[in-house]
Design a binder for this molecule. Structure first.
Ligand code: ZN
Length: 368
């Protein structure tokens, strides 16, 4: 009698926890959409672990599965469409994106090994093969989480059109960068404060934007830049850490205005100014895509969109130059279409910063 009771007791001890674990399993299952069934052989703890990973972090786990298995190929096809561009390694070779995703890259690597071991073990005859693709897939899988990033930039504001630009950015959930001209701030302080409150970044673009003043020599440039930056700081509480040169860092027009007693015909004031930027702890930002709104005569809403479409090509990181000033209404009108296009191309949006994690290619961008 007592033996029977003991046996029953032991049986309960062993099976009740198991049964609870099984009962919880569906609730913890993060991947009910999986078609390849691989999740079924994960333990509860593994499922829990998988649930804590983001969608992108988990992708490499799929990429390491044997590629020859038709079931898995079907499973891949069932992935959400929005994941597809990420799984396709995009064109540029790049130290850049490793800088962007420094923190993410090592995680999928180790995950891939762990999960491929656990998911492929029961696959009997495919085990040896599965290890080969896994080894090959590792370098590829590191390209998966890299993102295409678009940095939208608006120069010369604030202007009467800035609130419309901010409305559009808000509607689309896009954060951008405004390179502000100091002398345009008065009377538009609230616009500047709104930029900051809505998560955008303000960079300096000098106070006067007057080439005759700023490109005389390095001291004149920084006097003018600091004057504008101090105004920005007074209004927003934040001093810009980045700036954009009127005309870009490779402009040649500055040679027309540089002080001939300081710079010979073979010298450029820009060399001096650029050297000084680093000493002062500033990062200047150029661009690699423009909507063409700097050419007043020939630009329209359609040309603004087309110009971006043509120049984006397959660049990973793009800094898009646009202007924020009263005559540039077509830029505002073209903005929704530009944002839609870039989203379709798989870009996410971010504001610029002086953060060292900013992609090297962005930091080194020069006008084309
Ligand atoms: Zn400008």
């Amino acid at each position: 009698m007592s033996i029977v009771v003991q046996v029953l007791f032991v049986t309960l001890l062993v099976f009740v926890p198991l049964a609870e674990g099984m009962a919880h399993a569906p609730g913890y299952h993060p991947d009910s959409e999986r078609a390849d069934g691989s999740a079924k052989i994960l333990s509860n703890r593994q499922e829990h672990y998988a649930a804590s990973q983001s969608r992108h972090d988990r992708q490499p786990e799929r990429l390491t599965l044997p590629t020859g298995n038709p079931d898995i190929r079907e499973g891949k096809a069932d992935r959400p469409v929005s994941d597809q561009p990420r799984a396709t390694p995009s064109g540029s070779p790049t130290p850049v994106s490793s800088a962007v995703n420094n923190s993410l890259t090592p995680v999928p690597k180790t995950d891939a090994r762990k999960t491929s071991a656990s998911t492929t073990t029961p696959a009997q005859t495919t085990l040896p093969d599965s290890q080969k693709p896994a080894a090959k897939a590792t370098p590829e899988s590191t390209t998966v989480p890299k993102e295409k990033v678009a940095y939208l930039t608006f120069d010369d504001g604030p202007s009467p059109l800035t609130p419309q630009v901010l409305d559009i950015l808000k509607q689309h959930g896009v954060k951008a960068t405004f390179f502000v001209v100091g002398r345009n701030i008065e009377g538009r302080e609230e616009t500047l404060q709104r930029m900051v409150a809505e998560g955008h970044v303000i960079g300096g673009h000098t106070y006067s934007h007057d080439y005759r003043i700023i490109y005389r020599d390095a001291a004149s440039f920084y006097d003018d830049l600091e004057r504008g930056n101090q105004l920005i700081e007074q209004v927003t509480g934040k001093k810009p850490a980045i700036f954009r040169f009127p005309g870009g860092s490779t402009n040649t027009i500055s040679q027309k205005y540089q002080d001939p007693t300081k710079y010979g015909p073979q010298q450029s004031v820009m060399t001096d100014i650029i050297k000084e930027a680093e000493k002062r702890g500033y990062l200047f930002i150029d661009w690699n895509v423009e909507n063409g709104d700097a050419r007043p005569g020939s630009y329209t809403t359609a040309s603004s969109v087309n110009s971006v479409k043509q120049q984006v090509q397959n660049k990973r990181d793009i800094v898009v130059l646009m202007h924020d000033s009263a005559p540039k209404a077509a830029t505002v009108q073209s903005l929704p279409a530009i944002i839609h296009f870039l989203k379709e191309q798989g870009y996410t949006f971010a504001p610029l910063s002086a953060d060292p994690a900013l992609p090297a290619v962005v930091r080194g961008l020069r006008p084309r």
